[in-house]
Design a binder for this molecule. Structure first.
Ligand SMILES: [Zn+2]
Length: 458
């Protein structure tokens, strides 16, 4: 008897947690935090293991916080002390990301208390940096393509091409072969290798973030799109603020800016990478050669630094970050978080949004209820840290920059897999319905669309 309990990340794009139980054993795939609007964030305070008990082991598809951000609470609050398996690059990333997430939780609670804008008195962090540090010794780095023993059977990690270290995880349990897509990356994107197809999965659980959507913009490729936002600020004193996920998009952006500078399409202007996490991650991207695509390998072998635009500056401390407030453009600030929900980006938005010479360019998916989504939907005022901010800056989206496969790419991935059964996870209803329709029409597959709390008997 095998079952999958959807503890999160089913009908939402955050909070990924799937509990596989088989003949009395259990393994948790991903241990994500809910992110986005207040209603979603509140779910982080529920006990997901209340009814089902703690898992015996945890497997992690990739380092993003919506797939890993609950780990410190699993260890700190629930007292989980079993193994946490992830690829070597993922464990490297998590060694900085989880403590960073702990610090952000602590700082946000502190800031909310200082400003008195939280509905909770006092506001508490979901977990602390100390909780995150306590989770790290449980992590075991594993290689791709080898079968590993886990309590429910065996597991194997394959390249997902989404961010450094990202994997699809295939589980063999009780005669079933089940593949969890994690987040599916994209083909022909600089730096990382392409996604590998899932092999011989009976049951495929596939993310559907971009169901019903296409990244293809016939008028522009990713480089040209970036060049055009540069055009808006070069020669002015405007500032281009790019809220970007520290892991993945930031490195792609650096790669493309460097490429555009080298080709002479854009002038070289100062680029501030204002995120300690992004700085660490950029160094890890350069170091993990096993994950690089051929072009990246060739550039490195020729002695160039593919992730370094000419005037790249790293902003480590909060003091250095604050100093950016007094600088005039043209310049670029790349900072986290990607949906402007936390980190240093909200401070830059507060400073730059009220002025029309500035441009804010979002990359990647903006979940419902986030400042990113509100700005892209055309809000002319926005609340940041309890203050009402007027929006006069240009706001745009770099649609071609996504770490997620779009609908056609997801269909391509599934076409290679030929699963007997498909479950659509990690998507809002609109995206899941669109993708379910494609699977029905093209493969005759009736997709299952679970909700949080559902149990699927395999
Ligand atoms: Zn992801």
């Amino acid at each position: 008897m095998t079952s999958i309990t959807f503890l999160g990340g089913a009908d939402t794009v955050t909070g990924s947690r799937f509990l596989v139980r088989s003949n009395g054993n259990s393994t948790l795939i991903d241990c994500g935090m809910f992110q986005g609007g207040r209603g979603l964030r509140r779910l982080n305070w529920d006990d997901p293991f209340d009814d089902v008990g703690l898992p015996e082991s945890v497997l992690i598809t990739h380092a993003h916080i919506d797939h890993t951000g609950y780990l410190p609470r699993l260890v700190g609050t629930h007292r989980y002390d079993g193994p946490i398996l992830a690829t070597t690059a993922t464990t490297d990333l998590l060694s900085v990301m989880l403590p960073d997430s702990g610090r952000i939780n602590e700082e946000d609670a502190e800031y909310a208390n200082k400003k008195g804008y939280s509905s909770h008195h006092p506001a508490l962090p979901l977990y602390t940096e100390a909780d995150a540090l306590a989770a790290l010794p449980l992590m075991q780095g594993v290689g791709y393509h080898e079968w590993l023993d886990v309590p429910v059977g065996r597991a194997r990690f394959s390249f997902a091409g989404h961010i450094l270290g990202s994997a699809h995880i295939t589980l063999e349990t009780d005669g079933h072969r089940i593949t969890f897509s994690g987040d599916v990356g994209r083909w022909d994107i600089p730096v990382l290798r392409d996604p590998e197809p899932p092999q011989d999965a009976d049951l495929l659980l596939i993310e559907s973030t971009y169901g019903g959507r296409s990244h293809q913009d016939p008028s522009a490729d990713a480089n040209e799109m970036m060049a055009r936002v540069f055009d808006k600020i070069s020669g002015t004193d405007g500032v281009l603020v790019i809220p970007a996920f520290s892991i993945g998009r930031t490195q792609e952006i650096l790669y493309r800016i460097r490429e555009l500078e080298e080709s002479g399409r854009i002038p070289s202007i100062p680029v501030y990478l204002d995120s300690p996490l992004a700085i660490d991650a950029t160094e890890m991207y350069a170091r993990h050669h096993e994950e690089h695509d051929l072009e990246m390998k060739a550039l490195e072998q020729s002695g160039s630094s593919p992730l370094r635009p000419r005037q790249l500056h790293f902003t480590h401390s909060v003091e250095e970050s604050k100093k950016l407030n007094s600088l005039r453009g043209p310049m670029v600030i790349i900072s986290a978080s990607g949906m402007a929900t936390a980190g240093r980006v909200p401070h830059h938005l507060k400073r730059r949004l009220p002025y029309p010479e500035n441009v804010v360019a979002f990359v990647g998916y903006q979940a419902e209820g986030t400042p990113g989504r509100k700005l892209l939907d055309g809000a002319d005022r926005i609340r940041i840290h309890g203050d009402d901010i007027q929006v006069r800056a240009g706001v745009t989206r770099l649609e071609a920059y996504s770490a997620h496969a779009d609908e056609d790419e997801l269909v391509r991935w599934v076409a290679e897999a030929k699963p007997k059964q498909v479950v659509l996870i990690h998507g809002e209803d609109e995206g899941r319905n669109a993708l379910a329709k494609r699977f029905r029409e093209e493969f005759g597959l009736e997709a299952h669309l679970p909700k949080r709390g559902d149990v699927l008997q395999v």
